[in-house]
Design a protein around this ligand. Sequence first.
Ligand SMILES: Cc1cc2nc3c(=O)[nH]c(=O)nc-3n(C[C@H](O)[C@H](O)[C@H](O)COP(=O)(O)OP(=O)(O)OC[C@H]3O[C@@H](n4cnc5c(N)ncnc54)[C@H](O)[C@@H]3O)c2cc1C
Length: 409
Amino acid sequence: MPYNIEDPRRDMDDLVVVDPDQARHERGLELYLRHRINSIDLEQRVLSVTDLEADQESTVSYDALILATGARPERPNLPGFELPGVEVLRVMDDGVRIKQALDARVRNVVIVGAGALGMEMAHVLTSREIEVTVLERLPRVLPGWHGDTVTRVEKVLEREGVRALCAASVQAIEAGPDGRVCAVVTDQERLAAELVVVAVGIRANVALAASAGLRLGDSGAIWVNQHQLTSNDAVWAAGDCAEVYHRVLRRNTWKPLATTANKQGRVAGANAAGAMERFAGVVGTAAMKMFDLEVARTGLSTRTARDEGFEPVETTVRQRSRAHGYPGGSTVQVTLVADGPTGLLLGAELTGEEGAALRANTVAAALAAHMSVTDLQQLDLAYAPPFAPVWDPLLVAANQLSKKIGRSR
Ligand SMILES: Cc1cc2nc3c(=O)[nH]c(=O)nc-3n(C[C@H](O)[C@H](O)[C@H](O)COP(=O)(O)OP(=O)(O)OC[C@H]3O[C@@H](n4cnc5c(N)ncnc54)[C@H](O)[C@@H]3O)c2cc1C
């Protein structure tokens, strides 16, 4: 959606991959739109359903049930967050409303929350020549990301004229005479805003599962095993509502991303139909683009690694994306994290104008294979001047980290 919002000529419907008619006629699904599941009787294997168009209640029985109820955006419980012109971005209708506001020549937008979505929206709105302020409660943008990554992102924000107001708490949103949002009040200052985009995080939709008595995991999302089976043997769960096995942590966690949802959905679907497939799990890979900068991560950060009982050692290197002497190219910054005592590779963050996001995928594969830093140092990565130097930035980072680990022992 953010990239669709960036282009005023594109219709939001361009994003639809399978429309209801295709689902019914080409895929043979019985599809009930505008129907809400209110409760699940696990004993009787019966759902209570409301047809929201006809306002009618009914029951539906099942042999196998897959929960894919997703997640919902959080909205701070503060005055004014319900005003017209205060939007979240979760479903396509949200995107349509934001686009309509932009078409109505909104000039200044405040984004509440400087996580990945807030940063993507800062890029998108600035490209549409809108004055953007990003508000963040914590001291820096992209909370949870490595300081070296954040520094690079901050430089891009400054260069592009995006104002990041950090260590600032929103207190209220105010309406103008027309009843629409006109300002955001923080503990530091009052900011004029014709549109506010709230991007302060999401929460798994677990009410249905919890009220039925299904087990929730430590993360608060629905507990599942690697077959996507819940604590009930006729109910599977997949996507943002469910936990996922983390291959570095070797336990369940919550990583609500499309790539995870799709793989879990395939496994849940197959197993609900009688197969016994297993989802190997994730390592926590994610990427975004901010202006011309690719920002990506995989695995654990140093802080998470420490919290999880590892003894992390990290290094950051800045290397050319292409061979010396080959035209073009730019700087790829790699932060690599490993466990000091064992040398086990734990995670990476990468930024750069080219070749950063997809290099994170190489580290993701290494993490899935439980490689050590030494394994990564010796990985047979391609060298050709247009694509990489003879020592790829990842290999340089692994060499440096290996030395650092050696010194720390
Ligand atoms: C702006 C944005 C950008 C994103 N960018 C990326 C990205 O670049 N990469 C990435 O990997 N991920 C990205 N994501 C995350 C990704 O979209 C989600 O992980 C994915 O959509 C999850 O799919 P899902 O089917 O589990 O849940 P959802 O897509 O949330 O679908 C859940 C559905 O269940 C329905 N539902 C809930 N409760 C009930 C009920 N009681 N009865 C009936 N229906 C119910 C909901 O109405 C909803 O339609 C992004 C998300 C957003 C919002």
